[in-house]
Design a protein around this ligand. Structure first.
Ligand code: ARG
Length: 401
């Protein structure tokens, strides 16, 4: 019996070929689903829909998931200061669960038997699509045509030509790029030599530091309970705010990442990213936490943050641990309200000021000037007891060698 498959469709070469290939290899009807998570596209969504139909889809849909992606996925990651292996703000890893949600919802509403994605067998994204789908809908089959067909890029271009699939490819573009409002991931080409400096050409969200404006610029980000709500007093919905911060910060040539990361499938991979908005917001958010969170809470949160990032990276978004960690993070954010000043200089973005009405920074405790309210005499007894154990060792057993 003819099966019905909902394919995560990007409009690119592989997923366009996949529409045709699934239809014929698996005797299936393909519904192409494009999810707008804030990626820039060469064409408008109508053109992308039309391309899917021309490739043989029985229907082609576009969902605007930008606001949902920003508040439901990027925001929890921001509040958790989530950076995989200390560096990568999880651009692709965060978008997969929201795409999965829409694939499953479409499969339900259109009576699909399976969902499909265009990931290769070497990456993390297949893991995220498949584990995510199984977590939400264990009855749905997941098809991964790109993993099965074994085409080179040239083969795919030839296949498209032979079957009249209207693709738009630059034969000389060696990069594999994934983009959304949280940033951009760049793989392949010259980047695969980890010794070679990343080429300048694939970057679109960040200027090079040498072409950035000479004069410094400052921007102020306002947070309310750990949520960034305004830039320079201009209130914006989160999916627009991230873009606005990213444009300013990126124009100063800051926000690039060059790393060798550990993929879930056991491969070390050299990747470059540009995430000016996400990185600047995480930096500002973490800084505001330094003045609003009590010491023990701050440290326990910091201990859990890498775990959160790892979980999301590994495709376990729809897991009870992620939900529990989100509940913890949520409980830490009630006081994370205030403002952070970021200064931009060519190739730099850094915090130069922060303030929070209910912050724990107390000038009269911290100051060395006449306003000092700290009870200096209390310190003597405190310090004596703090060192009492070590002092006892020295007296009874002798000081350490
Ligand atoms: N390595 C990153 C991750 O696993 C980015 C993957 C990007 N995908 C791509 N097709 N370029 O999250």
């Amino acid at each position: 019996m003819t099966k019905r498959v909902v394919l995560a469709y990007s409009g690119g070469l592989d997923t366009s070929v996949a529409v045709h290939w699934i239809t014929h290899q698996w005797d299936a009807e393909v519904i192409a689903l494009a999810v707008d998570v804030g990626q820039s596209t060469d064409d408008d969504w109508d053109t992308i829909r039309a391309r899917a139909m021309a490739a043989g889809a029985i229907d082609a849909l576009v969902v605007d998931a930008r606001a949902e992606f920003a508040t439901g996925y990027c925001l929890p990651a921001l509040r958790a200061n989530a950076l995989y292996e200390g560096k990568y703000p999880l651009v692709s890893a965060l978008s997969r669960p929201v795409i999965v949600k829409h694939l499953v919802a479409t499969a339900r509403s259109m009576k699909g038997d399976a969902v499909a994605h265009g990931c290769t067998g070497k990456g993390n994204d297949q893991v995220r699509f498949e584990v995510g789908t199984r977590a939400l809908a264990p009855d749905l089959e997941v098809l991964a045509p790109v993993r099965e067909w074994g085409f080179t890029r040239e083969d795919s271009i030839d296949y498209a030509g032979e079957h009249g699939i209207p693709i738009k490819v630059r034969k000389d573009n060696p990069y594999s790029i994934d983009e959304n409002l949280w940033g951009r991931a760049i793989e392949c080409g010259a980047i695969e030599d980890p010794w070679a400096a990343p080429p300048e050409e694939p970057y679109t969200l960040t200027a090079s530091a040498t072409s950035a404006p000479r004069d410094p610029w400052e921007l102020t980000i306002r947070f309310s309970e750990g949520i960034p709500v305004a830039v320079d007093d201009q209130e914006l919905p989160l999916h627009e705010l991230v873009g606005e911060v990213g444009r300013l910060v990126g124009s100063y040539g800051w926000g690039r990442i060059d790393m060798v990361e550990n993929r879930r499938v056991g491969i070390k991979s050299r990747e470059v990213y540009e995430c000016p908005g996400a990185l600047a917001l995480i930096m500002a958010h973490a800084d505001l936490e330094s003045v609003t969170l009590e010491r023990d809470l701050l440290r326990e949160k910091a201990r859990l943050e890498p775990r959160y990032a790892e979980l999301v990276y590994d495709g376990l978004w729809f897991s009870p641990l992620r939900a529990a960690l989100d509940a913890f993070v949520d409980a830490t954010q009630a006081m994370v309200t205030g403002e952070v000043r970021l200064r931009l200089e060519p190739g730099r973005c850094y915090v130069v000021g922060r303030r929070a009405e209910k912050g724990l920074y107390d000038y009269e405790l911290a100051t060395y000037d006449a306003a000092d309210q700290f009870r200096h005499q209390d310190a003597a007894g405190f310090v004596r007891l703090w060192g009492l154990g070590l002092e006892t060792i020295a007296r009874r057993q002798g000081p350490p060698a």
